[in-house]
Design a protein around this ligand. Structure first.
Ligand code: HAM
Length: 428
């Protein structure tokens, strides 16, 4: 029976006391990104498994250990999106958006699924906000994305985040680097986990972001890609930094960042917070991925983007005691006694809502006392009581629930709305 009343491990229900916070954060991010020209997209929750095998990379932890993959009734292998970038790239190709003016700037909020060990800030179902810019290889595009990411955190009021950047080069500079890495890891092979031993030949860079503690320790002294960059990548990285410096965006170069997805090239970055004295938490990250579009069957098209988990943002905001504006409470509760009064209150409520007032009424036909109790509970600013005598007079008493002040108001719709609007204008 427990299975029926318990959400799946690593997933969360979002209750009314929290849903408005997500909405606030999501809207703020979408609005901010639209100031940079990003347009919203939505992609399906699942895609063909092959898309992630190819896009994210079949040597990554995500593909090897974390994907929710299943066969549908038609025998197709499908996977719940573990991230948003590859789907955005697929959408861009499928709909030929690249035939339009470049760059193409897309943004999204999407649920993602990863079979990871749940802990604070790490879930199996989580939401990502992401931005992707397709069609520009210029360093200023990287700087734009980083600047936008930084602005989002600032706008949300989040402090104490460190921006860490690195360049992981292109396939040309990576050849020498891979050789040096292989040599280093072969010398330390005995201490690697079995997955990483397998990665040694195929993709030794993946060992660097293995979560196994033994592998992590060995990786600390591994050669750094930044020492192997070709002239082109090195110049690109310098230029990105020039833009950041000019705009006084503080950062730290962390040569250990490689990111957990195979598609990255050149600039990579992460925003890191100190979750506690032991653990730092990556709140958002991104980078350039010039090879992805070709990898999934498109033309050569450089791209750069960023993704951030909504849950981690909210956790940070909570730990930093950042206030999120509460949704407005009820403007007026209409208490009604008797059948005719019920009809009148229903009609009045409709009229007021057409003017965008937040109105509630009693749907249970409870006694006056219970109705007023409810009005108090929902924190209604005003309460209007309509009974037989009010109907007869065509007038009723509107009570300001905070001050206790009372106003005689006409129940004639136009007059009522007029008085109510005036009263509200005065109050706000
Ligand atoms: P990522 O670093 O794998 O990058 O994930 C981006 C963000 O998603 C993380 O920084 C974190 O906030 C959140 N996140 C990841 N896994 C979890 C989890 N299990 N529970 C809660 N939050 C999580 C990407 O996915 C790239 N697509 C980002 C990107 C966009 N790169 C270029 N464009």
């Amino acid at each position: 029976m427990e299975l029926l009343t318990k959400a799946v491990r690593g997933t969360q229900d979002i209750l009314p006391k929290d849903s408005y916070k997500r909405r606030f954060v999501a809207e703020l991010m979408l609005n901010e990104a639209s100031l940079y020209g990003f347009k919203e997209i939505r992609t399906p929750v699942f895609e063909h498994t092959e898309l992630f095998d190819r896009g994210v990379g079949d040597g990554t932890d995500i593909v090897q250990k974390e994907m929710y993959t299943f066969k549908d009734r038609g025998g197709r292998s499908l996977t719940l999106k573990p991230e948003g970038t590859v789907s955005a790239a697929r959408l861009m190709l499928e709909h030929g958006l690249f035939n339009d003016v470049l760059p193409i700037k897309l943004m999204y909020i999407t649920p993602c699924y990863r079979y990871e060990k749940p802990q604070s800030g790490r879930y199996r179902e989580f939401y990502q906000f992401g931005v992707e810019m397709f069609g520009s290889g210029a360093p200023v595009a990287d700087a734009e994305i980083i600047c936008l990411a930084k602005t989002l955190f600032d706008r949300l009021g989040i402090s104490n985040l460190t921006l860490e950047i690195n360049s992981i080069g292109c396939p040309i500079c990576r050849k020498n680097y891979q050789a040096a890495l292989k040599k280093y890891f072969y010398e330390n092979k005995d201490n690697l986990c079995t997955t990483c031993i397998d990665r040694l030949e195929r993709n030794p860079m993946r060992i660097i972001d293995c979560k196994n503690l033994g592998c992590k320790k060995i990786s600390q002294n591994a050669p750094n890609i930044i020492d192997f960059l070709c002239d082109d990548c090195s110049e690109h990285f310098d230029e990105v930094q020039r833009y950041l410096d000019r705009s006084k965006i503080e950062y730290r170069i962390n040569p250990k960042i490689v990111r957990g997805l195979d598609y990255y090239t050149k600039t990579v970055f992460e925003f890191v917070s100190q979750a506690d004295s032991q653990r730092s938490l990556v709140c958002g990250g991104g980078g350039r991925y010039d090879g992805l579009i070709e990898e999934i069957g498109g033309p050569f098209m450089p791209a750069v983007g960023f993704g951030v988990g909504l849950e981690r943002l909210l956790l940070l905001m909570e730990s930093q005691k950042i206030d999120i504006p509460k949704p407005k409470s009820c403007d007026v509760f209409i208490a009604a006694i008797g059948e005719e009064a019920n009809l009148k209150s229903f009609e009045l409520a409709k009229t007021l809502r057409e003017k965008s007032f937040y109105v509630e009424l009693d749907v249970e036909q409870r006694g006056l006392k219970a109705q007023l109790k409810y009005a108090n509970k929902i924190n209604a600013q005003f309460c209007l009581v309509i009974g037989d005598s009010e109907l007869e007079k065509g007038m009723a008493e509107l009570k300001d629930m905070n001050s206790g002040e009372k106003f005689e108001v006409s129940l004639e719709h136009e007059r009522f709305v007029e008085i109510f609007s005036r009263l509200f204008g005065a109050k706000n």
